[in-house]
Ligand binder design. Structure first.
Ligand code: SAH
Length: 611
């Protein structure tokens, strides 16, 4: 599941300007709005309490543009564990106040400072240590992890009561604070990547200065298309090796910044297993980056090169098994001069992801929550410009790679190349991406061109509502029994095949959904399809023509097969031709329902076991 980075919750449209200011600086933030009172939001909810409590329980940081009291009363029953609670802030509707409420140990004050800066106000910070010394001991900045958080509160109280503190190690954020530092102080704050024992008078911060890198030294065992055996315990041997190396090097696991590897190894599931065991993420370097470090450092080991690339420091340990190499490097120059922690989000790149999404036919109410999440997390959107426009506000702040509708293969190749660079790419199709759309184009290029750097990309298809489903829903239930789809475009297949399929579908008495029925240059195909159908179907067979579904200019027309003419359709029309059983129901207002019964009346088909 893709986790929401942050939820901005609003109860009315008046809050939208402030909410948008906040979401514009918070990557991955989702705008939650009360249904009926808000529009143009990412997620529309009806139950304020239930929605807020679900977000909170899932650890999602919450910014409520509402009164503090509402947030406090809603979340009060859940306040049991301050170590686990996500940041919760209240922001005044006019942006004049930013009040951090909960999540003091999870960065609420720094989030409040960040938001206050965007809104041009001072945050209402009330934590004494924060105010007096300019830091929160329990909530160190990115790059440092506190080994003994349970001791931090009383440690801070002692300092507030007048005691001083000695620093051992290097941490600019502590040096630059207003802490009462004294060389002879009894209380110590130690900054070290070594495994040490903290006490109530010795706070220990582990800087993320350790890089672990792994590589495969032999190619994976060949897989067979049939009967492929998956290794289930992926990574257990590798995890044990990494953990032993950390023990032998006397390094604290909390100092591990991340697991690093070459993009060529990205599909190796052991990488994620090791990262999960250490509670860190995996980042990658391209073969070129690895090669550069190899030649600078005179090594041929990919793991060693990746560890050096990540740390810019020194190798401290290297080990190999029969098919796996592991290296540990420290962000430290010779003679113990410490470099700054490794910042995982700016070192290397994440595993590239390519998701081929279907937006549904048009409006956002027909777009799945999964597709919305993928779009909001994407860094790059690839697609035909008309479809990219369908994603609305979810497309803001991303790199757009627009192209002509006919350049599908080039578009698929570009999307794969972008994902191989570590970008989070969404290829956007209208309707369903697997129906006459980009998903097949991506797999076609992936198979035919098979570039090695594409091997590591995580590929996923996120479905959408196809035009035929939307058309059917608008008019009743014409697809209620067996049906098929046929594209009338003869650009990708010869007309002789299309003709054969129409004939077979007509003989089989399928309801037929015609995609790409006509275009400016192609009109005779629909007339020809009608002629074939009339050989097998009654001239009164109902036909549904649905145009611009979910978009402006939507229209649904019903006619009979006999009256179907190409002028009734265009390239944004999907046509549903009924079977011999499809029926029309006329209503008193003159409108029509079309449906295909699930029952065939012949006696041998009377028992219907479907529900
Ligand atoms: N992937 C799309 C189909 C793409 S092929 C889907 O699953 O819907 C393009 C054809 O789809 C068009 O020629 C038209 O026949 C149909 N189509 C796509 N969007 C439509 C819409 N909003 N209204 C009606 N027909 C649509």
């Amino acid at each position: 599941m893709i986790k929401i980075a942050l939820a901005v919750v609003i109860l009315g449209n008046n809050s939208i300007p402030i909410a948008k200011k906040i979401t514009s600086v918070m990557p991955g933030a989702q705008l939650y709005g009360l249904a009926g009172r808000t529009c143009d939001v990412d997620v529309s909810f009806t139950e304020f309490g239930a929605t807020l409590r679900e977000l909170f329980t899932n650890g999602v940081p919450i910014i409520g543009i509402c009164a503090t009291g509402i947030l406090i009363r809603t979340l009060a029953p859940l306040l049991a564990n301050k170590r686990q609670e996500p940041p919760v802030l209240a922001v005044a509707e006019d942006g004049s106040a930013v009040v951090p409420l909960l999540g003091g140990l999870n960065g609420v004050n720094s989030l409040a400072r960040q938001i206050a800066e965007v809104l041009g106000v001072k945050p209402a910070i009330t934590t004494t240590g924060d105010i007096r010394f300019g830091i929160a001991l329990e909530d160190p900045p990115v790059g440092y992890r506190l080994a003994n958080p349970d001791d931090a509160k009383s440690f801070m109280s002692d300092l507030l009561a007048g005691n001083s503190v000695r620093l051992e190690g290097n941490a600019p954020w502590l040096m630059n604070s207003s802490l009462p530092i004294a060389q002879d102080a009894e209380r110590v704050i130690q900054i070290t990547e070594k495994q040490v024992v903290p006490t109530s008078t010795r706070l220990v911060y582990h800087p993320t200065t350790v890089a672990i890198a792994v590589s495969r030294t032999s190619p994976p065992a060949p897989s067979h298309k049939q009967g492929r055996v998956m290794k289930m315990e992926w990574g257990s041997e590798e995890i044990a090796l990494v953990q032993q190396m950390l023990v032998d090097a006397e390094l604290a696991p909390a100092s591990v910044a991340g697991v690093f590897a070459s993009t060529l190894d990205a599909a190796n599931p052991a990488l994620q297993a090791i990262a999960d065991a250490l509670n860190v993420t995996v980042r990658f370097f391209t073969p070129d980056e690895i090669a550069a470090v190899m030649s600078q450092n005179n090594t041929v080991d990919v793991a060693a090169a990746a560890a050096l690339a990540a740390s810019s420091g020194q190798l401290v340990m290297q080990r190999q098994t029969s098919d796996f190499s592991c290296a540990i490097a420290l962000a430290e120059l010779a003679e113990g001069i410490a470099l700054l922690p490794i910042h995982i989000n700016t070192t290397g790149r994440p595993r590239g992801r390519l998701t081929i999404v279907g937006t549904g036919p048009g409006g956002s109410n027909w777009m799945s929550p999964e597709v919305k999440k993928v779009l909001s997390n994407a860094t790059d959107l690839v697609g035909y410009s008309t479809y990219l426009k369908l994603v609305g506000s979810l497309g803001k702040g991303k790199r757009w790679h627009e192209s002509d509708n006919r350049e599908e293969i080039a578009r698929a190749r570009m999307a794969l190349d972008l994902a191989a660079e570590g970008r989070l790419v969404a290829v956007v199709s209208s309707g369903d991406p697997g129906i006459y759309a980009m998903a097949a184009a991506v797999f076609e290029v992936l198979e035919k061109e098979a570039k090695p750097e594409w091997q590591g990309i995580e590929i996923q298809v996120a479905p959408g509502i196809s035009a035929m489903q939307a058309a059917a829903a608008k008019i009743g239930a014409p697809l209620g029994h067996d049906f098929c789809t046929i594209s009338l475009s003869d650009i990708l297949k010869p007309w002789s095949i299309i003709e054969q399929r129409i004939t077979a579908a007509a003989q089989a008495d399928f309801v037929i959904a015609f995609y790409n029925p006509v275009s400016k240059q192609r009109t005779w195909q629909l007339a020809e399809a009608k002629n074939i159908l009339l050989r097998y179907r009654h001239p009164d067979t109902p036909v549904v023509l649905a145009r611009n579904l979910g978009r402006s200019g939507e229209s649904i027309q019903v006619c009979t097969l006999e009256h179907l003419v190409p002028e009734l359709a265009d390239m944004r029309t999907v046509i549903l031709v009924g079977s011999s059983k499809t029926r029309m129901i006329e209503r008193c207002d003159g409108s029509i329902w079309v449906y295909t019964p699930r029952h065939y009346d012949s006696p041998s088909h009377k028992s219907d076991r479907s529900s």
